[in-house]
Design a binder for this molecule. Structure first.
Ligand SMILES: Nc1ncnc2c1ncn2[C@@H]1O[C@H](COP(=O)(O)OP(=O)(O)OP(=O)(O)O)[C@@H](O)[C@H]1O
Ligand SMILES: [Mg+2]
Length: 252
């Protein structure tokens, strides 16, 4: 059987996911699949549930019903298994969330040493390689506050990669950055995508989405309203809601 006729298990799969915050119905029957090596861009108006969706994937948020599967396996509810699974999905947020009192190198080696029990020397070697790869190796002995936002966000990416994740989730990773720093972070993400990383990216950076996304999902009011090829979506959105939204973010 040829490779593409074989059934492949998606790296991430959501089936009919429902979530409420009190009276607010924030995820409404959300189903999606992310195949291995695929880059999915999630786009939509503020408050539509994009961050919540990302957070449910590594169970920073619980769901009311439906299923979330990582490589075909349901998300564990709690305990050791959940911690292990969380380590398999990297997450990069709008705010960099680096440990302020640790050096850049320590920020990157902490996870491997404490969670994966990697030997410290080995973890440091790998951390330096990753920091080199994202272009901040010379900052290794500084603390986060001594770095620019763009540099900190690249450290956050290196820190996630150090855990050898099966997939990476990016929630508006460039929206807190000064404009001149956006591209240095996007370039690292483009490179990751080229290397075959499975990625879910919440972003309004349309040029990035056109270049890198295999698929775009448009979310509004807790629902996925459109799904498709990025150029097709940006040039010919099917729903009025998407047309309005794209009009509102023009110039990004
Ligand atoms: N912990 C929470 N408790 C209650 N309501 C919440 C919580 N987190 C998010 N919400 C609400 O859920 C809805 C979806 O929020 P979410 O952050 O997922 O949207 P988003 O699409 O990421 O928006 P943005 O583009 O502004 O980041 C919003 O109305 C938000 O106010
Ligand atoms: Mg958000």
């Amino acid at each position: 059987m040829s490779e593409d006729t074989q059934h492949k298990t998606p790296t991430i799969e959501l089936r009919h996911v429902e979530k409420h915050f009190g009276d607010l119905h924030v995820l409404k029957d959300v189903s999606l699949q992310v195949e291995k090596g695929e880059v999915l861009v999630l786009i939509g108006p503020s408050g539509s549930g994009k961050s919540t969706l990302c957070r449910t994937i590594n169970r920073l948020e619980t769901i009311d019903s439906g299923e979330i599967l990582i490589e075909g396996k349901p998300l564990p509810q709690e305990g050791k298994e959940l911690a292990a699974m969380r380590a398999e999905i990297g997450m990069v947020f709008q705010q960099f969330n680096l440990f302020a009192h640790k050096t850049i190198l320590e920020n990157v080696t902490m996870g491997p040493v404490e969670v994966l029990h990697v030997d410290k020397k080995k973890a440091e070697q790998e951390a330096m390689e990753l920091l080199r790869r994202v272009g901040v190796a010379e900052q290794a002995s500084k603390v986060p506050a001594q770095l620019s936002g763009g540099q900190q966000q690249r450290v956050a990416i290196a820190r996630s990669l150090a855990m050898h994740p099966k997939a990476m989730l990016f929630d508006e990773p460039t929206s807190a950055l000064d404009p001149e720093m956006i591209n240095e972070v996007l370039d690292v993400m483009v490179e990751l995508a080229r290397e075959g990383m499975t990625m879910v990216v919440v972003t309004h950076e349309m040029n990035f989405a056109r270049r890198v996304a295999d698929r775009v999902e448009f979310m509004a009011d807790g629902q996925i309203l459109e799904e498709g090829d990025p150029n097709e979506f940006f040039d010919h959105p099917k729903t009025e809601r998407a047309r309005e939204f794209l009009e509102s973010i023009k110039g990004h």
